[in-house]
Write a protein that binds this ligand. Sequence first.
Ligand SMILES: Cc1cc2nc3c(=O)[nH]c(=O)nc-3n(C[C@H](O)[C@H](O)[C@H](O)COP(=O)(O)OP(=O)(O)OC[C@H]3O[C@@H](n4cnc5c(N)ncnc54)[C@H](O)[C@@H]3O)c2cc1C
Length: 395
Amino acid sequence: MISSKYDVVVIGSGPTGSVTARYAAENGASVLILERDREPGIPVRCAEGVSHNGIAPFIDIDQRWIASRIETAKLTAPNGESAYLYNNGIGYVLERRLFDNALAELACRNGAQLLTKANATGLVWKNNRISGVKYTHLGQKKEVLCDLVIGADGVESRVGRWAGIKTDVALKDIDTCVQYTMVDIKVEKDTIEFFFGTDISPGGYVWIFPKSEDTANVGIGISGHMATEKGPKYYLDNFVERHFPKGKITCRVYGGVTTAKTLKKIVKNNIMLVGDAARQVNPLTGGGIAQGMHAASIAGKIAAEAVKREDFSSQFLKKYRKEWDIRLGNIQNTMYSMKEKVINMSNDRFNRLVKVCQGIPRDEFSLKKLFTEAVKGDPKLILDIAKAFVVYKMK
Ligand SMILES: Cc1cc2nc3c(=O)[nH]c(=O)nc-3n(C[C@H](O)[C@H](O)[C@H](O)COP(=O)(O)OP(=O)(O)OC[C@H]3O[C@@H](n4cnc5c(N)ncnc54)[C@H](O)[C@@H]3O)c2cc1C
C-alpha cells in the first residue's frame, strides 16, 4: 500500500533514482519512488556501455543484464586508419531494460516502495516550503507528502525548474543523438568502436557497441550547435550505408545528452537533484550511468542523514554537493575543458592521435607508454586529450 506521507519521494526510477532510493532506505528513511512508465528501464534511450569499475561498487554484476563483455576499444581516424587500445579494464554493454529493473528491485528489497505509471506533475507547497509531490496515477490526480523531494527525472528534468533551480544548458553543451540497434551485421563482440572526423560526426563521434557477434547499438552524438544544418540522422544514415549496408534496424532511439558541468545548484531547501537531472554526466564521453550512480549513492546517504537530523535545509543538503565535487564533480570540470578542445579538434589531429596509438605494441600498451610515444612522435599533440581517450574508453 502507498502511504500518504514519506520521508523522501524520489521522482524517476532510472539508475540514479533507484540507487538514491536504495541508499536512503537502507540508511533508515521511508522512501517512495514515482515512475511515470510502466516499469523501470523502458524505453531504453542509451548505448548501454559502462565500465566494470564504474558500476561494481553499487550492484553485484549479474550475467542476466550483460549483453557483452568488452576488453578493447578501437579508434578510427578520419583517414580510415584504426588503432586498438588495450589494458584499460573491463567494460560491459548492458541490457538496460534488465539492469534498470535490477536496480529498482534492489531499492525495493532495501525498503523503498516503487509506484509505476505515476507521473509527477508538480510540487506540493505549504507555507512556502516544498512538502510533497503532485502526480497522476491511472488517470487520477494525487498528492503524496514528504520532507525531501529528489529529482532523478533524467535529461528532460522538470523537478529542478518546479523548485526554482536554473536547469537550462547551452546548445553547445548538449549532444543531439540518434542510435539504431542493428542486427545482421558483423562486429567484434569484445570491442567497442569510435569513429571521429568532421565529415563523420562534427563535434562528436559515432559509436558501435556490440551486443553479440551480429548485433550492436550503432549511434552518433553531435554537439547541438554543430547540428543546425545537417542533423545526426543525416550523418548516421551515411555511416550505416557505408559500413552496414545489409544490416537491419530493430530499434531507433533519439535523445539528448548533456556535455555540461554539473548544475551550479543541485540542492535547495527540501529538494535535491541527481543524475542527468543535475547534469552529472561525463562531458567528454556522454556517459551518465556510472557517474549518476556514484552521485546517487552520495545523495541517498545524505538524504537519510537529513531525515535522522530532521534538517532538510539547503545548508545541510549542500554536504551532498561538497562530497560530489570531491569525488567526481571536479573531475567532471576537467573533462568539460577537454571536451571543449575535442569538439574543435581537426581531422589532422585525430589522424595523428590514432597514428601514435598504432605505434604501441599490444603488450606494452599503457597510459604512460602512450604519453611517452605521443611526446616523441608529436610533441604538439594535446596530451590530456590522449589521456581522456584512454582513461574514459567506456562511458
Ligand atoms: C543515445 C544515448 C546514448 C547513451 N549512451 C550511454 C552509454 O553508453 N553509457 C552511459 O553511461 N550513458 C549513456 N547515455 C546517458 C544515460 O542514458 C543517462 O546518463 C542515464 O540514463 C541517466 O540516468 P538517470 O537515472 O539520471 O536518468 P534516466 O535514466 O533518464 O531516468 C529518468 C527516469 O525518470 C522518469 N521520469 C521522468 N519524468 C518523470 C515524471 N515527471 N514523473 C515520474 N517519472 C519521471 C523516466 O521515465 C525515467 O525512468 C546515453 C544517452 C543517450 C540519449
